[in-house]
Every structure is written in structure tokens, then in C-alpha cells.
Design a protein around this ligand. Sequence first.
Ligand code: IYR
Length: 223
Amino acid sequence: MHSTKSAFIPYEGLLYSEEEMIARTWDFYQYMDKRRSLRMFSEQAVPKAVIENVILTASTAPSGAHKQPWTFCVVQDPEIKRKIRIAAEKEEYENYHGRMSEQWLEDLKPFGTNWEKGFLEIAPALIIVFKKPYDLTEEQQREKNYYVNESVGLAAGFLLAAIHQAGLVALTHTPSPMNFLQNILDRPENERAFLLIPVGYPADQAMVPDIKRKELEEVVKWY
Ligand code: IYR
């Protein structure tokens, strides 16, 4: 039986003056605006404690009914990274040779992407985010989770912000379809691969596409 009793504790928030709020949010924006998706990684290993901390941060994200419907798999083993690269490239080859529309290929031109995914072996760590549409009890009973895509998307956002806070770089990669990850990593039936995020230091003289973000006026409507 689930307990229906709810317990509450005092909220321990932090309060700032209006001036401090404006300064803090501006500084945070300036910092986040430096984040870039990167495809050119160094092979240099990253400290395990950093990976643990960024995953702890991701797992603070809000989730439907606080179910935290996610698992973060960290792959550092070169053999497993190789398997993932081979499987991802197999799918991506098909994507770039017929499965993606002409318009899609056109939209991707500024990013210079193709079916080759060498970064999956070069980056020292791959974090594969799995979503859990339902939990499995010890008796293999299914217990439904709620707003799973929203929850896991939020956790992935927190993860990327935390990686940026470390001064490391990442790529939100979505080889499609991604079910090979469930097989290679031998995940249980209630987990589905959601995002594949290589993490590491940038390569020497790493390059990024010269793209701009939308102006505030383009993304906000006030009522
Ligand atoms: N998954 C492919 C294609 C791709 C799609 C989008 I939308 C991107 O923003 C980038 C790439 C790939 O990783 O190459």
C-alpha cells in the first residue's frame, strides 16, 4: 500500500534585493549565453566527481509527481564507446542517405554534420539519458510515470547547464532510431534512450558554427 500521508517542511529559500536579482540573472544569462554545442572533443579524461556532480544536478529537475523518471548511463569504456559509434553511424548513414528530407539536409548545412560520428569515441564520457515511461517494482509490476518527456527534457537541460558550469562541453546528440542503446547497455524494458550526450574538454582550436540567437523581442510576448 502506498502512503497517502504528506509531510511538509519549511522552504529554505534565498532572497535577494531587486538590484541583486537583476545583476544575478544578467550575469547568469551572460554565462549561459557562452554555452555552445560542440562536436570537436579532446580525449582528455574528465574527473569522475564532476560527472557525478552534473548528474546530481540533473536529478534535481522537477518531474511529474516527483517520480524522477530517468537513468543516466555513463560510458567511458572504449570498447562500449566503439560499439555505440558503429551502431549510431549505421543509423545516421541511412538518415543522411534517404531517411531525412531534402529540406532537413538543407537546414543542417550550417552545422557541417554528416553520418560520421567520431566524437562518440573521442569524447572521454558519453552520458546516455534514458526515460522511464513506467517504473518496475521488485515484483515486475508496472507503475506509471507522468509527463515523462517534459520531466526528462528538464533534467537534460539542467545537465547541460551543469556541464557548462564545469567549463566542459557537450553535444545533445539524437541518433535515430536510438533503441540500439538499450541493447548495447543492456537496460531494462522500462527504459528508452532519450538523448546521447558526449561530454569532455574541447579539442585544441575547436570550431563552432557562426550562428546567432534570437533577440528577446522575437521570443517573448507580454500580456
Ligand atoms: N541526428 C543527425 C542529424 C541532425 C539533426 C538535427 I535536427 C541536428 O540539429 C543535428 C543533426 C546527426 O546527429 O547528424
